[in-house]
Design a protein around this ligand. Structure first.
Ligand code: BDP
Length: 605
């Protein structure tokens, strides 16, 4: 799916700000026609933001069902004759949208953009009433899955098996934009290079047939470096600037739909020239071995919840740079387009993950209470779940396929891969991911309970990504035993699969300010000792090509006896202050730059 941009033929009106707001307490608002008039009451809500932490009202925070959003929108006078599109960066988890009294569309899934052509329902120069019902309920037809439980007293509770709070609302920008009737509807760009010559292959889809002109523009210099024509083609860039980790380096593919001399539509699609390849135990970007340093992260902030804010995004990215991280995983869902754009521009390497988390009924008890039963059974992870999962893979790749920052697709986090049902569940999904994008490695993130001699699906993938908590969830406080066990396990994976390994999670909950002279879990000292131990294990294993500590920052979760105001495994606190671990990682990762990995200092940019 193409982003909304402004160009000589397209225009954008952001609809962010304060909207009218009502909680649909009984979830009867759609039947009652709430959208046919001004919403009752005087509440307002901020867009973008999660609803949950904005109101000093526990019932609102815990509401299970619909939130109604509404505002008045004026269509610019000059848009007469243009198509008018309403675009949502995301609505978590599902949305129904009305223009005045007319439903213009529905969307399922909380972390990807969607849009509706509303041209036939609006008039240039006039206003309309825009109403959105956002539904925060998860069931087993959703990714991530969940279940709504009705209590005897009539209250509803949302249950789910993943370890982050079920924030919901309009988390990303809402836009109205215009585009011509004949327009560019999709662009796919792949790149390669040989010596100093870059090669760009494009495929353009348009809404109606016609001539197409192409040019390639260097974003840095503004110079046109190649031209071409047609819906498909290849162009060469001499003296190419490769997209490089820690640096970036973007070009624009400028696509013009033309009718003789007239430009009917113009679209600029950024891209970078770079290659990604796996060679034995090595992960190669532009034929250079790449070692991932960084974190699994979350879109999570006080007040905003999962709402996007440029300022918070920038602060997080600057802290990544400060600490010497060259990469991140978008655990456990696709991040905002703004964040991904920033990674493309700044050379931050991304493992891009679908929202397929919590597909594991074997992880019962403790923080994750599954309620028993098998993972792969009707009503848990079944054909409905798989169909939605397939859709999420398709749509994630459609959104992010042209991003140079994305080097791996992660199609799930910690699913149950020990049960026999995992094979039939995952095989078509892996095939689908490969069919959608033959150019990037496909992986999934493996849970500790499915080691190499238990996991049934790792052989389907191009790379191994492991979450391991030796010294935390097992042998807590005993780093010596942990080191021996972890080392032995990695040897096993290496021998069996002969693939590179990224440690996508390792971490220890840590209360900022708590100290001890002993190896005492929850202290800052233990978090550092734990990281030292893990680092020794990584350094000793030839196949390990990356370490992404869990987590970048403390984050909010549902309640549970193992969570004190959320998950505390951050290198930074939730308000982004460094724990001792952050200093440790900073030393380690900055030393690596110079000594082993030749990565450029982010600060020199
Ligand atoms: C892993 C999950 C992650 C959790 C983490 C933890 O992938 O979402 O937050 O463990 O327990 O199982 O901290």
């Amino acid at each position: 799916m193409l982003p909304a941009i402004s160009s000589p033929t397209r225009d954008i009106r952001p609809l962010d700000g304060m909207w009218r707001f009502a909680v649909d307490w009984d979830n009867t608002g759609i039947d009652d026609g709430l959208y046919t008039a001004t919403l009752p009451g005087t509440r307002e809500v901020a867009v973008p933001a999660s609803v949950n932490d904005l109101f000093a009202d526990e019932d609102i925070r815990n509401h299970v069902g619909y939130w109604f959003y509404q505002r008045t929108v004026r269509v610019p006078r000059g848009w007469d004759g243009e198509r008018v599109i309403l675009r949502f960066g995301s609505a978590t988890h599902h949305a129904v949208v009305w223009v005045d009294d007319t439903e213009v569309g529905r969307h399922k899934g909380g972390y990807l953009p969607f849009e509706f052509d509303v041209t036939d329902h609006v008039t240039a120069g006039d206003t309309f009433r825009l109403t959105v019902a956002v539904d925060n309920r998860l069931d087993n037809t959703c990714i991530p899955p969940g279940s709504v439980v009705e209590l005897p007293d009539g209250r509803r509770q949302q249950h789910y098996l993943h370890d982050f709070y079920n924030y919901s609302g309009l988390h990303r920008s809402v836009l109205l934009y215009s585009r011509p009737a004949r327009h560019v509807s999709d662009i796919t760009i792949t790149t390669d290079y040989s010596g100093t010559t870059g090669q760009v292959t494009w495929a353009v889809e348009q809404s109606a047939p016609g001539d197409i002109r192409i040019s390639v523009v260097d974003q840095q210099t503004g110079e046109t470096v190649a031209t071409g024509e047609g819906a498909e083609g290849v162009a060469s860039i001499s003296d190419v600037t490769l997209w490089t980790p820690g640096i970036g380096g973007l070009y624009d593919l400028v696509v013009q739909l033309v009718d003789g001399d007239e430009i009917v539509d113009e679209f600029r699609q950024p891209f970078g020239v770079r290659t990604v390849r796996i060679d034995g135990y090595r992960f190669l970007i532009n034929d250079e071995p790449f070692y991932f340093t960084g974190f699994g992260m979350h879109e999570d902030h006080e007040t905003l919840g999962k709402g996007h804010s440029d300022a918070h995004m920038l602060q997080d990215a600057e802290l990544l740079s400060w600490i010497g991280a060259n990469s991140l995983r978008t655990s456990h869902y696709p991040y905002s387009e703004e964040f991904m754009d920033y990674c493309d521009r700044q050379g931050i390497v991304v493992i891009d993950e679908t929202p397929a988390v919590g597909l594991n009924w074997l992880m019962a008890g403790g923080i994750i209470d599954s309620g028993g039963g098998e993972t792969y059974e009707d009503g848990h992870v079944d054909d409905h779940t798989q169909a939605t999962h397939a859709d999420e893979i398709r749509r994630l790749i459609a959104r992010d396929k042209n991003r140079p920052s994305v080097v791996i697709w992660s199609i799930a986090n910690e699913p149950d891969t020990a049960s026999p049902g995992s094979v039939d569940y995952f095989r078509p999904l892996v095939d689908l991911a490969r069919a959608c994008d033959p150019t990037r490695p496909v992986g999934y993130v493996n849970v500790m309970f499915a080691p190499h001699d238990v996991c049934r699906i790792s052989g389907m993938f191009d790379i191994l990504m492991l979450n391991r908590y030796y010294g935390w969830y097992v042998d807590s406080g005993d780093l010596e035993t942990s080191e021996a066990k972890f080392t032995a396990e990695l040897d096993g994976w290496m021998e069996r699969y002969k693939l590179p390994i990224i440690i996508t999670e390792y971490g220890a909950d840590t209360v900022a300010g708590l100290h001890s002279i002993y190896d005492q879990p929850f202290t800052e000292d233990y978090q550092v000792a734990y990281l030292e131990m893990n680092s020794r294990v990584f350094d000793a294993c030839e196949a390990v090509v990356g370490e992404q500590m869990w987590n970048f920052a403390d984050f909010q979760t549902k309640y549970g006896f193992a969570r004190v105001d959320g998950n505390k495994k951050g290198a930074f606190t939730r308000d982004r202050r460094p724990k001792a671990a952050a200093r440790f990682l900073r030393r380690r990762w900055h030393d690596m730059d110079a000594a082993r990995y030749g990565r450029r200092d982010h600060r020199a940019r």
